[in-house]
Design a protein around this ligand. Structure first.
Ligand code: SAH
Length: 532
C-alpha cells in the first residue's frame, strides 16, 4: 500500500475506475448507467460471471482483459493482481470499466477493489447490478418475500465452511427466524448447510430450490426439501454457479415459474443472416425463450466500382420502373446517391417497385413511396405484379446484389421489357468461423437452423464445407431446418436436406410462430400459419 500516491506527471489525463455490476447473466439486466460506461470504456476488465454478450457494447478500440475466476478460484489473476491492474491502467490515464457479475458489492470482492483504489488515490465510482440472488428467485418464479409466507430474507455465502470456528454465520438464528435464505456459492457445502438448518430446528419439509446459471438460456432449477435436495442436486448433476433458496416461498414456483415455461426455452437455434439484419429475428426468437447462436454467413459489402450505377443514374428519366429487390439494395443505392451529392429528388421519372413490405418501409425512410409491392414477397411475385402492369417495351432498372437470382430479369425480358441489372453491393462469406460452427453443431447440441433467404442457405453450406451428403447430414447433427418461404425452402431441399418448418407468410414473425408450434408439437404441425 502506498502513502500519498501521485499520478505520474507524464499522464495526459486522470484515469478513473468504474466498478460496474453486470447483472446475473441476462445481458438485458445491466443498468443503463452500466451500459453507458461500457460504451465509453478504454479498458475493460471482466470476469467469468459477467455475460460475454455485454462485450458488444465496448468500443472496438478498447483493451479487453479477462480476469477469470471460477468457483472462487481465479485462474488468470490473483485478487491482488486484479487490484494492481486497475490501479496501473488508471495511472496511464485510462477510463477503466471493471465489470463484475451481479452486484459488485455482494460477495464479489468489489469492496476490496474499491478500498485498494482508495488507498492508491485512484478516482472510482461503483454502479450496482442486479444480484444473482434476486435474479435467480425472479427467474425461477420464487418471490423471495411474500405477505403470506415471510417478511425477511437473508443473503449468505455457503463458501465459508459452516463448521469452522469463528464462523460469521449464525445458523441457529437463521434456522429459527424462518425467513427466506438465499445462499451464494452453496453447492459444494449443500450437505453441511442443510444439516445445520435441520439441526437448529428448520422443518424437514421446508422447500428448497437450487437455480443454476439463472437468467440465462442454460438456467436449470431443481426443487426439493431440506432432507432430499442434496440427493436431487447430485442426481441432476448441478454444478456451480448456482444459488440455493430456502423457504416456504419456494412453493409459489408452481404458479409463478414463467422463464423456463416460455415455448422455446432450452432450444438452441442457429441464426444465419447478415450481422446487421439478424437482430430482429434474434430478438423475436429470444422472446420465445430460445438461445440464438448467430452465424453471419453473409458479409455484405460495397462494390469496388459504381461506374455502372453512375451511368444509369445519368439516364434515370428514361426508365419506366426502378426496382429494389432487397433491403441492402436500397441502403447501398442511397449511400452512393448521397455520396454523389444527390438524393430522392433526382429519381424523378420512373415508378418504383419493391419486393416486399420491409423494403417499402425502408424506402419511405429515404423519402420515397413504393408504387408497387407484390402480394407474394418473392422475385416471382414481383415479376408477376410488374407484368400485370404491362411491361412490353418498358425500360426497367433492377438494383440488387452482384450475384443474385436471374429469375426476375429473365421473366421480365421474356415479357418484352428492356431490363438493366445494376449491382450495388456484394455478399461474401466471412472467413474463420467454420470451426466454431462445426463445434456448435457437434453432438446434436443445436435444435434448429434458420434460413431467411436462399443465399443464407448457400453460404451456410459453403461455410460447413461438407465433403459429401452423408457428411453434411452428420455435421448437422439432427438439427431441424426452418426456412422463411418456399424459395428458400426449395434451395434447402435442392441440397438434399429436409425443411421441417416453413410458414405460410414469408415474414420473421410468421417463421418464429411456426417454429413455436413445430416445437410444441413436432409431429403434427410441419407447416404453421402466422397467428392473426
Ligand atoms: N457479485 C455476484 C456474486 C458473486 S459470488 C452477485 O451479486 O450475484 C459467485 C456466486 O454467485 C456463484 O457461486 C453463485 O452462487 C452465484 N451466482 C452468480 N451468478 C449466478 C447465476 N447466473 N446463477 C446462479 N448463481 C449465480
Amino acid at each position: 500500500m502506498e502513502e500519498n500516491p501521485v499520478i505520474p506527471p507524464s499522464s495526459p489525463k486522470l484515469g478513473k475506475v468504474y466498478l460496474v455490476g453486470a447483472g446475473p447473466g441476462d445481458p438485458g439486466l445491466i443498468t443503463l448507467r452500466g451500459k453507458y460506461l461500457l460504451e465509453r470504456a478504454e479498458v475493460l476488465v471482466y470476469d467469468y460471471l459477467a455475460s460475454k454478450k455485454l462485450l458488444r457494447y465496448v468500443p472496438a478500440t478498447a483493451e479487453l482483459v479477462y480476469a477469470g475466476k471460477q468457483g472462487g478460484v481465479c485462474h488468470t489473476h490473483t485478487q491482488e493482481e486484479i487490484n494492481q491492474l486497475l490501479i496501473d491502467y488508471a495511472r496511464q490515464g485510462k477510463m477503466v470499466v471493471r465489470l463484475k457479475g451481479g452486484d459488485p458489492f455482494i460477495f464479489g470482492r468489489g469492496g476490496e477493489e474499491a478500498e485498494s483504489l482508495f488507498d492508491a488515490g485512484i478516482a472510482f465510482e461503483v454502479v450496482p447490478g442486479v444480484t444473482s440472488a434476486t435474479a435467480a428467485a425472479t427467474y425461477a418464479g420464487i418471490p423471495i418475500t411474500h405477505r403470506d409466507y415471510t417478511a425477511s430474507v437473508s443473503f449468505l455465502t455457503g463458501h465459508e465452511y459452516p463448521g469452522k470456528e469463528n464462523s460469521n454465520i449464525d445458523w441457529a438464528s437463521l434456522a429459527a427466524h424462518g425467513g427466506t435464505l438465499v445462499v451464494y456459492m452453496g453447492i459444494k457445502n449443500l450437505p453441511v448447510i442443510t444439516e445445520n438448518l435441520l439441526k437448529h430446528g428448520r422443518a424437514a419439509t421446508t422447500p428448497v430450490a437450487v437455480v443454476r446459471w439463472a437468467s440465462t438460456p442454460e438456467q436449470r432449477t431443481v426443487v426439493g426439501t431440506l432432507t432430499d435436495i442434496c440427493q436431487k442436486v447430485r442426481e441432476a448433476g448441478i454444478t456451480p454457479p448456482a444459488l440455493v433458496i430456502v423457504g416456504e416461498v419456494v412453493r409459489l414456483r408452481e404458479k409463478i415459474d414463467w422463464f423456463e415455461k416460455r415455448p422455446l426455452f432450452g432450444k438452441r437455434v442457429v441464426v444465419t443472416r447478415t450481422r446487421e439484419q439478424a437482430s430482429e429475428l434474434v430478438a423475436q426468437l429470444e422472446d420465445t425463450g430460445a438461445e440464438c447462436l448467430e452465424y453471419p454467413t453473409i458479409n455484405v459489402g460495397p462494390l469496388e466500382s459504381y461506374a455502372l450505377l453512375d451511368e444509369e443514374l445519368e439516364r434515370i428519366k428514361e426508365y419506366h420502373w426502378l426496382v429494389f429487390t432487397s433491403l441492402n439494395g436500397v441502403r447501398y443505392f442511397f449511400e452512393h446517391l448521397f455520396e454523389k451529392g444527390m438524393d430522392a429528388r433526382d429519381l424523378k421519372g420512373p415508378s418504383i417497385a419493391v419486393v416486399g413490405k420491409s423494403t417499402a418501409d425502408l424506402l419511405r425512410q429515404y423519402g420515397l413511396r413504393a408504387d408497387l409491392v407484390p402480394e407474394q414477397f418473392t422475385a416471382e411475385g414481383l415479376a408477376e405484379a410488374l407484368m400485370d402492369t404491362g411491361v412490353g417495351g418498358r425500360n426497367i432498372l433492377i438494383v440488387r446484389a452482384k450475384v443474385g437470382r436471374e429469375i426476375l430479369p429473365e421473366t421480365l425480358r421474356g415479357a418484352g421489357a428492356q431490363v438493366m441489372v445494376v449491382p450495388v453491393y456484394q455478399n461474401m462469406p466471412p472467413p474463420g468461423i467454420h470451426d466454431a460452427l462445426v463445434a456448435d453443431l457437434a453432438g446434436g447440441r443445436i435444435d434448429a437452423i434458420t434460413f431467411t433467404s436462399s443465399s443464407t442457405v448457400k453460404n451456410f453450406l459453403d461455410l460447413l464445407d461438407a465433403a459429401s451428403q452423408e457428411e453434411l447430414t452428420k455435421l448437422l447433427g439432427g438439427a431441424r431446418i426452418a426456412a422463411i418461404g418456399p424459395i428458400t425452402g426449395k434451395t434447402v431441399s435442392d441440397h438434399g436436406l429436409t425443411v421441417d418448418v416453413q410458414p405460410e407468410q414469408y415474414t420473421i414473425e410468421a417463421m418464429v410462430a411456426a417454429m413455436v408450434s413445430y416445437f410444441s408439437d413436432p409431429h403434427e404441425s410441419c407447416q404453421a400459419t402466422e397467428p392473426t
